[in-house]
Design a binder for this molecule. Structure first.
Ligand SMILES: Cc1ncc(COP(=O)(O)O)c(C=O)c1O
Length: 336
């Protein structure tokens, strides 16, 4: 990052910079994608996928102009732009920000039958998180994503997996879709794509869906800039070289087991995959916020989601002794 910062900062996106091509190559090879489109924030990657899906719907699927419908899951979190919060079911995310864009329909998360019932002739895409992060690390029933994949294929609907939180090692697999052996048509990555150093996100396409975008139809001043590409390339390199994905699986399982063994009646459930873990408290057990504040006083940052869930998403380089230390801090504050 520091090496690259001393060089040409930002050519126009109309020109290819010499970091961009290797970034495309390396990201596509690692994720088995045919195409990749770099943006900056996660929300921009989501917006990009929505645009691509609608355009594909009109140009390839033959949906009448202006009629494209995208299905989303209840309790979703995909970012903070107006289109995205418009299809949120969380009053805190959407309240006061309307009117919202039409063309979205919501089905319960984890319910493949509901998805099947909601798909109509104008449905172009289903957008879903493999594990809902902000909702409190909600893991869908086993087989859900597999069935979702089958339904999308059968009905010619694009499956968009938002892996901005789950992707790039967090759940102990490179992409969370691997837990069910499926491949999305569009996969969204962000956050860890730069190792947290710089805003970089990307839309990955495992089919020809992205080909509906032509030069001039979509863009971003900073998307794919040389510094972003250099930082992302370095982050992907260390992710592989330092076995961070395997580390997340192994140390994550250990941390989850350690947390689960804490004797605290306030705890309703410990759940997670890899290093994406949640400790859910009983509704009458006092809020998660006070637990998070007590943890912070002990030097551990864990953020509550909603009122009763504490989410733990430590760095993928977490060691066994650090995992043990985290569990010790929870053991100290939870019984109180
Ligand atoms: C699943 C998911 N999608 C999208 C986003 C939005 O990403 P950003 O904050 O970079 O716009 C987030 C952020 O938390 C997320 O967890």
């Amino acid at each position: 990052m520091t090496e690259r910062a001393g060089r040409l900062p930002l050519p126009s996106r109309a020109f290819r910079n010499h970091q961009l091509t290797p970034f495309y190559d390396e990201l596509s090879a690692l994720t088995h994608s045919h195409k990749a489109l770099p943006m900056n924030s996660g929300a921009e990657a989501v917006e990009t996928a929505l645009k691509v899906a609608r355009k594909w719907g009109y140009e390839v699927k033959g949906v009448p102009d202006g009629q494209a419908e995208i299905i989303v899951a209840s309790e979703n979190f995909h970012g903070r732009t107006v289109a995205i919060v418009g299809f949120s079911t969380d009053p805190q995310s959407r309240g006061g920000f309307g009117p919202f864009a039409p063309g979205f329909r919501t089905v319960p998360f984890g319910d493949a039958d509901a998805l099947e019932a909601a798909i109509g002739p104008n449905t172009v895409a289903f957008l879903v998180e493999p594990i809902q992060g902000e909702a409190g690390v909600i893991i869908p029933p086993a087989g859900y994503l597999k069935r979702v994949r089958e339904l999308c294929t059968a009905h010619n609907v694009i499956l968009i997996l938002d892996e901005i939180q789950t992707g790039l090692g967090r759940t102990g697999k490179l992409l969370a879709e691997e837990h069910e052996g499926i491949e999305a048509d569009l996969t969204l990555v962000g956050k860890a794509l730069s190792g947290g150093f710089y805003p970089v996100s990307a839309v990955l396409s495992n089919s020809e869906v992205m080909s509906v975008l032509h030069p001039g139809e979509h863009g971003s001043t900073f998307g794919g800039n040389p510094l972003a590409c250099a930082v992302a390339r370095a982050a992907l390199k260390v992710l592989v070289e330092e076995d961070m994905v395997e580390n997340a699986a192994r140390v994550g399982a250990r941390l989850q087991a350690d947390l689960d063994s804490i004797d605290a009646p306030r705890v309703k459930q410990v759940r997670g995959r890899g290093l994406m873990i949640a400790v859910e408290l009983h509704a009458d057990a006092g809020g998660a916020r006070t637990v998070c504040e007590a943890l912070q006083a002990r030097g551990l940052l864990a953020k509550e989601t909603h009122d009763h869930t504490i989410r733990i998403a430590p760095p993928l380089i977490l060691t066994d002794s650090q995992a043990a230390w985290i569990a010790e801090q929870f053991a100290a504050v939870l019984p109180g």
